[in-house]
Design a protein around this ligand. Sequence first.
Ligand code: HEC
Length: 281
Amino acid sequence: MAAIPKEKPSRIDEARAQFARYKADVKARGKPFYPYAMFHDTIMSLVVVCVIIGLAAMWKWSAWGPGHDPTHKGLLGPEVDPPADPGTTSFVPRPDWYFYFLFYLLRIFKWPESVFLGTIGVPTIALILLIGLPFLDRRRERRLSARPVAMVAAVLTVLSMAVLTWKGATANEALASEVIADVPHWVQVENLPSNALPGAKLFATAGCTACHTYAGAGGSNLGAPDLTDIGTRNLGIDFQIRHLQCPSCVNPGSPMPHFASLGNERLHQLAVFLEASKGAH
Ligand code: HEC
């Protein structure tokens, strides 16, 4: 009787044997989770909590300073910042630094076609890949040099986030002082009457150009329309003021922030400017 040829062990058999070796190894040399790993984790958690409590105490006591002055700058910042000014016209909204990379993605992906892909799609896909990684990569190899694909992917991810963070940090947000330099150009191309000038200056400084383009200036965000020839629609001073006071009241669902805090006089100036904007010639 011919001997049955010995089959090559299948991959499953190989994995099983490897797992058995691993179990035997753990039994011979490993330590049980309880109490060893648990003790380890408890100590580390305690250290983290102590550091947080320490920082909080340092902030509080150093901020109090001499004579309990709440605006005194301590080691880790003042206890309270000065109150926010709702009428500010020079504020350039920026996220905290750890969101700069997402913030910069918003500049690469343009509203509305690809913004969802850029801000929700890309991070979600990256997270799903991360969660799926243990199921995709089942090798036991842990040496970095033996994992070129994972290494390249990790380096590329860190690099692209670093570059995006850096680009976001140095992004040239059009400052109000820069947009206002365009006002004479607007007056010229739009043939603006002199009573529209205060409104034009306000428009350049109140943050409108963060979302709206006007005669080539500003950036378009959130789907805000170009306002170069908004006046040709003859919406009326009254409508403009009501819209600025509460955009979503007159255009339901409008994501434009309300500007009621500018006060009636300035809203009127803005409305005059908008109605006088009959398009660039
Ligand atoms: C955060 C983004 C954002 C800012 C800042 C912003 N807008 Fe808008 N604006 C929008 C969007 C989005 C729309 C479209 C929805 C709507 O009509 O309300 C819009 C619409 C408008 C319209 C057209 C209204 C209509 O019925 O067609 C005018 C006029 C306007 N904005 C003026 C201004 C002025 C003036 C400022 C500054 C004081 C300003 N916007 C600031 C986002 C913005």
